[in-house]
Design a protein around this ligand. Structure first.
Ligand SMILES: Nc1ncnc2c1ncn2[C@@H]1O[C@H](COP(=O)(O)OP(=O)(O)OP(=O)(O)O)[C@@H](O)[C@H]1O
Length: 957
């Protein structure tokens, strides 16, 4: 172990100017020099020695005898403090060196010297000073609980210019002084002990003193023959809970020098003489250093290196330390010269200034600690803005969603309003269109009250959801019904118009087509029936429908009853529509036949006419044909023309359509031949109308075509209506079926003893069932995502075993789902690309997740050998289809675990096996806290997850 000089810091030391008790600001400190004059000792008293010195006050000492030969030398000396023979060591400490000593507790190096001739009381004084200093140091420690103090002690002596370790004297060897470029002079291998307390420190000090070289001299029976340095290293740090990582570090030297006398004075010879030479070498160097420092102010060369004493104490002499020198004096006149020399040394010493600074140390350990803390703080700071940004983004998204929902709500509301309005209009129109005696029977009605449905507590969630989905069905249904009614009315009108046209046509032809008449009659009857159906009394008023619309819980059963009862009406209506369609088709299809028949009959008549000389058919039918052209269905028709044609038709009603008197004679036809497009010769008996008849004959085919087109157009139009109606009826039918299914399910539940009304299932029970189903759905999603994201199977097992569907699990399920969703997205984005670092060195990518999972399976494979017996393993191999013979059976088996996310049995068994391998059991050593709800690093409760699970990487975000 090495001990460092005050200038050789243990670690990084910052030096700042001292601000210690009694000091305000950095300034150059002069060495505190005090003089202690001891009483005459027994030897001196016995030799009747005289007291040569007088302490005239606390600062001055005066030489009493006026020796003529020394008249030029100063006789009065002033120092920081002068202590007379009566002064106690305590006073010397308190008034002379205490401040210097206590500087060491504030990080300032301090040194207390005792300088004087042999037997002047150096050791006597330094022992007392050290004792007092130890007391003060530990008192200060007691009074400063906010700091941690460490006191270390080392002791050395410089004897004959050899450095000896006083705490390891057994080695007996001289220690080397090393020059460290950073630490300065270092005593190699000097033992440094840490004092546990003040007693321990005193004990160690006593060891040092005991090991010191002493010898008998003429002046001192126990003369210290060496320079002794007891060094305390005091380090103090504020306690852990503080953020401050700086600590004070200072050395406190107690230096008891050997006697400064000249060898001759001690009558030394032999060993003592040799000792004296060496002692004097160090002291001479010390004196030189002090002298040079006192005059030259470090301007010239300071011979610190000339002695080991000055090398070791270099920083205490004009350097980074506060220094106090106690010069001890013998009052005896016989020692006057030595005392004067001591005082001269002291006088020079008090001119020496030091530059003491506070040594603030940042040790490597503390520095690392501090940097770690700082790093953590900075990371937290860095994370915080991200989190806040993330939150802001989420808030923005949510706000946007809210806005969208508001828009949707407003849109829905406006649609509802519009539909209501439309319904009212439809209702109004239908009332206007319908004849008073006709009414439309409502196919469905929704008179169920809100309260009635509230009584129905649907236990089954599917039913609940279906009901929720169908809660808007009543209104939709109603709306569809009303639209249907409206279309029916339009269809009726169209059909009426078409029929009127056809009636007129048929009437105009006067051919009395029986089929057509029957068809028309049928059609009219059907239309009347339709109108009768349509104009049936409405059972739901607008107001009530609105209320139903607002209510999401119409009486389902009542609704279905209505559906059942009204279903036939829909079918009837549909049937009637089809009848109409058929009738129209039939009628239209019959028209060409009519003409063919008409032409055929005309041909027959013409033959008879030729035989009976009757007018031709064409001329007879010309007016009717004209009427036909001007029918409402014809593009050429006008209301006036229709009216004319009506009149003409009525005029012709009484006439025989095929009267032989009206037929033109064949001869006339030949006289005024008129050839139609088919080559038929048509003539008229009326010459005035001959041109018109000729024109009619010519355009007959064209008009016939036009009529056919118009009729077909009408039919197409009606057919389109019918198709639409059919679609709507199909839609209604589907909705009806849906409701019927729901009711059947409800009735089945009731039949199974789940009579909702009677049992009065509570909302809570309903929500429990709902919650359970939600849990199952979420669990399945999570299991699938685990598989997709290659999540740790241990994590899956823990989660699977821990969360079983308890209501309190819901939040964990949500969080896990969200994390996994994010992870899946992230993995999809990142793929096998070089992943970004997350937090520490862990990263997330597809490949890293797969690798982690592979490592985990390898780990589990190893566990398989240690956790399961051979029999158990073989049984599992059999069960899981792992070849009993072959390599890597364990890995094969483990690789099969958690690989079938859609197989609940497989999942359950996998979880049980992994739990057994890892060593946790259900409800045992896993807890919810392991799955924290926030995105912070989880605690170290599951070290096996830290390296493998991508989900833990995810948590670390
Ligand atoms: N102030 C004092 N009051 C009473 N006795 C003292 C005082 N100072 C010294 N003495 C006594 O004087 C004797 C010599 O003192 P001490 O050993 O301390 O001298 P020293 O300077 O250390 O001598 P050396 O250099 O030879 O070791 C001791 O017996 C000590 O008890």
């Amino acid at each position: 172990m090495t001990v460092r000089t005050p200038g050789t810091p243990a670690s990084k030391i910052e030096r700042t100017p001292p601000s210690t008790p009694g000091r305000t600001r950095a300034r150059e400190d002069k060495i505190v020099v005090t003089v202690r004059l001891r009483p005459l000792n027994r030897r001196e008293q016995f030799s009747k020695d005289q007291v040569a010195w007088d302490c005239v006050d606390h600062h001055r000492i005066v030489c009493k005898p006026q020796v003529p030969e020394h008249a030029t030398q100063p006789t009065s000396f002033a120092f920081d403090k002068v202590f007379g023979p009566a002064c106690l060591t305590e006073t010397v400490y308190d008034e002379g060196v205490k401040n210097v000593v206590l500087s060491a507790l504030m990080g300032i190096n301090a040194t207390v010297f005792a300088y004087g001739q042999t037997s002047s009381g150096k050791t006597y004084t330094m022992r007392g000073i050290t004792e007092k200093a130890v007391n003060d140091i530990y008192n200060h420690i007691m009074d400063t609980p906010e700091r941690d103090f460490t006191i270390k002690i080392s002791g050395l002596e410089i004897y004959n210019e050899n450095v000896r370790d006083l705490l390891n004297s057994e080695s007996g060897r001289s220690l080397k002084l090393l020059d460290d470029p950073e630490k300065g002079t270092v005593v190699e291998k000097l033992v440094e002990e840490t004092a546990n307390d003040d007693k321990h420190l005193r004990y160690l000090i006593s060891i040092c003193e005991a090991q010191r070289q002493v010898g008998e001299t003429a002046l001192n029976d126990k003369s210290s023959r060496s320079h002794q340095i007891i060094r305390l290293t005091i380090q103090s740090t504020l306690r852990e809970n503080s953020d401050c990582v700086r600590s004070f570090l200072a050395t406190l030297n107690f230096v008891d020098l050997a006697g400064s006398e000249r060898a001759a004075q001690t009558h030394a010879d032999g060993t003592r003489l040799r000792e004296g030479c060496h002692i004097n070498l160090s002291l001479m160097t010390l004196t030189t250093v002090i002298r040079k420092l006192s005059v030259g102010k470090r301007s010239g060369h300071i011979p610190y290196r000339d002695s080991k004493l000055t090398r070791i104490l270099q920083h205490s002499l004009g350097g980074n330390a506060r220094t106090a020198i106690i010069c001890t004096l013998s009052p005896a006149l016989s020692h006057l010269e030595q005392s004067r020399n001591t005082l001269l040394f002291a006088t020079r010493a008090k001119e020496v200034t030091n530059n003491a600074q506070v040594n603030i140390v940042v040790s490597d350990k503390q520095l690392v600690k501090h940097l770690q803390k700082e790093l953590a703080r900075l990371e937290a700071e860095l994370r915080t803005p991200d989190q806040s940004r993330e939150k802001d983004l989420k808030i923005q998204q949510m706000e946007m969603e809210i806005e969208q929902l508001k828009l949707q709500r407003d849109l829905a509301q406006s649609q509802v309003d519009e539909l209501n309005k439309k319904f009212q209009e439809d209702h109004h129109i239908s009332n206007q269109v319908e004849s008073p005696q006709l009414s439309v029977t409502k196919c469905l009605s929704y008179t169920g009250s809100l309260s009635s449905l509230k009584r129905d507590k649907i236990r089954n969630t599917t039913l609940r959801q279906s009901m929720r989905q169908s809660s808007t069905a009543p209104f939709t249904l109603m709306h569809e019904i009303h639209k249907l009614e409206h279309l029916q009315a339009q269809l009726g009108e169209e059909a009426n118009r078409a029929l009127e046209v056809l009636q007129k046509e048929v009437a105009c032809h006067r051919l009395g087509n029986q089929n057509a008449a029957e068809t028309i009659a049928n059609l009219q009857a059907e239309i009347r029936q339709m109108c009768a159906v349509r104009s049936a009394p409405k059972e739901v008023e607008v107001g009530s429908m609105v209320s139903v619309n607002k209510s999401i819980s119409a009486n389902l059963k009542h609704e279905i009853t209505r559906l059942h009862s009204q279903g036939s009406n829909i079918a009837n209506l549909e049937q009637q529509l089809e009848n109409v369609q058929r009738s129209i088709d039939k009628l239209v299809m019959s028209l060409p036949n009519n003409y063919q028949q008409l032409n055929s009959k005309a041909s027959k008549l013409r033959k008879e006419h030729r035989r009976k000389k009757l007018p031709p058919l064409a001329s007879i039918n010309a007016v009717n044909r004209q009427n036909f052209i001007r029918s409402p269905c014809s593009p050429l028709s006008t209301p006036h023309q229709v009216l004319e044609s009506d009149i003409e038709n009525r005029a012709l009603d009484d006439e025989d359509i095929v009267s032989s008197e009206n037929l033109p004679p064949e001869s006339e036809k030949e006289e005024t031949p008129s050839k139609n497009e088919e080559g038929d010769n048509i003539s008229s008996r009326d010459n005035n109308n001959s041109g018109y008849r000729r024109s009619s004959s010519v355009n007959m085919k064209k008009m016939q075509k036009m009529f056919q087109n118009a009729a077909e157009e009408n039919v197409r139009s009606i057919r389109t209506y019918v198709t639409e109606l059919k679609e709507r009826v199909a839609k209604l039918q589907y909705q009806k079926q849906l409701l019927v299914c729901q009711v059947l399910e409800l009735e089945a539940n009731e039949a199974n003893g789940h009579n909702i009304e009677n049992e009065g299932l509570s909302e809570q029970e309903g929500s429990q069932v709902s919650g359970h189903i939600t849990f199952q759905e979420q669990q399945q999603q999570i299991i699938e995502l685990w598989d997709l994201c290659f999540v740790s199977v241990i994590h899956r097992t823990q989660f699977y075993l821990l969360f079983k569907g308890d209501p309190a699990d819901q939040i964990y399920m949500e969080v896990e789902l969200r994390r996994l969703t994010w992870l899946q997205q992230h993995l999809a984005e990142v793929g096998n690309a070089s992943p970004a670092h997350v937090g520490d060195e862990r990263t997330i990518s597809l490949s890293s997740s797969i690798k982690a999972l592979k490592r985990e399976r390898e780990f589990l494979a190893k566990r398989l050998g240690s956790r399961l017996t051979l029999e158990e393993r073989d049984a599992l191999y059999m069960k899981w289809d792992v070849p009993v013979v072959g390599k890597q059976k364990r890995l094969q088996f483990v690789s099969k675990l958690w690989t079938e996310p859609h197989n609940p049995k497989h999942v359950k068994e996998s979880a049980e096996i992994v739990a057994k391998l890892v060593g946790f059991c259900e409800g045992g050593n896993i807890s919810r806290e392991m799955f924290e709800l926030n995105f912070v690093l989880p605690s170290d409760k599951r070290p096996w997850l830290m390296d493998w699970s991508p989900i833990t990487n995810l948590l670390n975000l």
